[in-house]
Design a binder for this molecule. Sequence first.
Ligand SMILES: NC(=O)c1ccc[n+]([C@@H]2O[C@H](COP(=O)([O-])OP(=O)(O)OC[C@H]3O[C@@H](n4cnc5c(N)ncnc54)[C@H](OP(=O)(O)O)[C@@H]3O)[C@@H](O)[C@H]2O)c1
Length: 351
Amino acid sequence: MGRKLRVCVLGATGMVGQIYLQMLADHPWFEVSAVTGNTTVGKKLVEAYAGKGDVPRKYWDLEVLPSDPAKVDADLVFSCLPTKAARELEHKFAEAGFPVVSDASANRYHEDVPLIVPEINPEHLDAIEVQRRRRKWDGFIVTTPNCTTTAFVMPLKPLLDEFGLRHVNVVTMQAVSGAGYNGVPSMAILGNVIPYIPGEEEKVELEPRKILGSFEDGGFRPAEVPIDATCTRVPTLVGHLAALTVTLSREAKLEEVAEALEDFRGLPQQLELPTAPPRPIELRREEDRPQPRLDAGSNDRSGMVVHVGRLRKGSSERTVKFVSLTNNLVRGAAGIAILTAELLKATGRLG
Ligand SMILES: NC(=O)c1ccc[n+]([C@@H]2O[C@H](COP(=O)([O-])OP(=O)(O)OC[C@H]3O[C@@H](n4cnc5c(N)ncnc54)[C@H](OP(=O)(O)O)[C@@H]3O)[C@@H](O)[C@H]2O)c1
């Protein structure tokens, strides 16, 4: 593959940033050349992380830089900035010629910005050319979904392709790490469930339609799948669990549905990309799995697997019910962005 590409992580000192550093420490194609932050600018990474995280030893002495394109030397930028900072800064990096792969919501919904789950919609990367032409940028922005969308959109893809989707109802049980390091006060969440996460249901009802839709004639056409979501925060650390009731467009036997889920593979599996799990969906047959503590996986390819379980019939012949579990920090953030960057590289989009 030639020399490794130098990558910069914007917002490297947060919850998601540390997962990037762990996942990139031995990456065969990418090496971290720069990290940025806000309140920790000027510190060494080991000091920036003191008391709140774990960073691989090889990065301890990296200095946290301001998030300024002029200060960064890299071939590719990963952004895990908060929304407001991402809105201001990601454009500046793309304008300055950097390819940007972002976990932030700031640019996800623009009509020329791809929202990518590499196994589902790799062809949406064609929007990059439209974006560059329209905005006259040398670089570009590609986004990944909200970590809760990734908790359940993967199993919807084979169901859409095989049976059609008439309606999706989803109730989420989201881990505290999904809100960032300072996100949810411990006094609010310990021994409790919070049945409201600001802005989350809107994202979760919108994003799967863009991801499952098509990119044709220079524009996105969302999939016509109505989704009703209720999002809750629960006192787990890592792993967003979603309970789904899905009405298919045609009747299907439970075994057919199980087969569609188990057989699903995408382009990352065909290309054997370094961060692609051999099977993106693991169908659990035990009656009490998946569980966040047991099945969310680690900060490596194991955390990239979406675990589906409790598959059963609903109240009609067309209705199926199941739960879906995703590691929000890996498949839901750093890992999906790294896999997207691998796809960009493997398809010749990183120069
Ligand atoms: N947590 C998840 O599961 C998850 C999943 C998917 C997507 N996301 C998205 O990923 C992003 C980061 O989430 P997180 O959970 O890692 O948040 P976090 O723990 O709060 O970390 C935020 C990071 O951004 C930096 N930062 C804050 N304000 C900045 C500014 N004005 N300019 C430059 N850098 C700034 C912080 O630097 P300092 O430490 O130096 O202040 C820190 O490195 C968010 O957009 C979030 O929505 C999170």
